[in-house]
Design a protein around this ligand. Sequence first.
Ligand code: PLP
Length: 401
Amino acid sequence: MDIISDRLKKIQPSQTLVISAKAREMKAKGRDIISLSAGEPDFNTPENISQAGITAIQTGQTRYTDVGGTAQVRKAIANRLNKDYDLDYTADEIAVSSGGKQVIFNAMMASINPGDEVIIPAPCWVSYPDIVTLAGGKPVVLDCDEKTTGFKLQPEQLREAITEKTKWLIINSPCNPTGVAYSREELRALCDVLLDNPHVWVLTDDIYAKLVYDGFVACTMVQVEPKLKDRTVTMNGVSKAYSMTGWRIGYAAAPVSFIKAMMKLQGQSTTNACSISQSATVEALSGPQESVDEMIGTYQKRRDLVWEELNDIPGLSCIKPEGAFYLFASMQGCLNKTSQSGIKIVNDEAFVTALLEEQGVAAVHGAAFMMEGYFRISYATSTELLKEACIRIKQFCMNLQ
Ligand code: PLP
């Protein structure tokens, strides 16, 4: 009898983790690799936040906490949601998990019955469809192509996709992998469709909401339409905005009954998120925010640099995103050409494979995000490395025949 469950066999390893691991392995063997595949800020966690973690250890905050987090951290989250979005959540409408990913996992596992449908606009983060599948649901992936939608879910598309089995819409703004973000008006139009369909819940993944550029204002569903509050899970976390990926803190704001359901699950799996990280999160959310502003300024400069360079390369083109730290470039102008070492560029996966082999630049193919013909690069790395990566990508494309 096979030890591996049928459930697990239905899901894939995260492609971004697979490619990052391959890049690390090549680096370890001495290859000069520039990895633009991971979704991880290159900055250190700001000093005041790290210090709060150290203080937490030194003062013995090293024990189990409430499953959903300490009162202090839940209060700090409620205050931040109020400051950023004018939302009113009480501490019992908030729960902390080990990363935003666990919030999504909890939400799906706590709600999905076999065959329930979850609408996911694509391109989308690699983990959504797999988490839904693992929970026994059916991911309903809606193509939001660049030319007609600018990679954004259209209200009529949503309306058509909703069936009586639809349990959730997952919305991610700014989006991983495209970086595009929904304006208030665009969210409003989606909210109207949801108001007509009271059985559909919304999971809004706002993990990149602080990382927006050119004065763009990121909004969240409940802020745009408070009537959706009793069926929305607002998800956020400190990983990306505060450069705290390793601390593993994400949070949910949701109706009390659903928070309780998610915590029932978490109480039987991981229990509370790391107590030390919870204390550091209080400082991240309540302390000075200047370091976030500095990081945003740097990301914006990098986005502009790489976006211009990519659009200058024959065969590539790229939409200018409002946020996150990714560019999602079309490689369709390179299709069916042959690389220097003889790899036929039959699709985006062949493109990123050849790019890694020949020029040592690691990127992730669009198909991993449910949209072929593209590749994603993360610009959360030094300007120097980004410049070098652009030179190499250009060389790679120029060599195609
Ligand atoms: N949501 C999106 C869209 C992401 O890109 C990521 C991380 O890559 C997460 C959620 C999960 O973040 P965390 O590290 O807090 O689990």
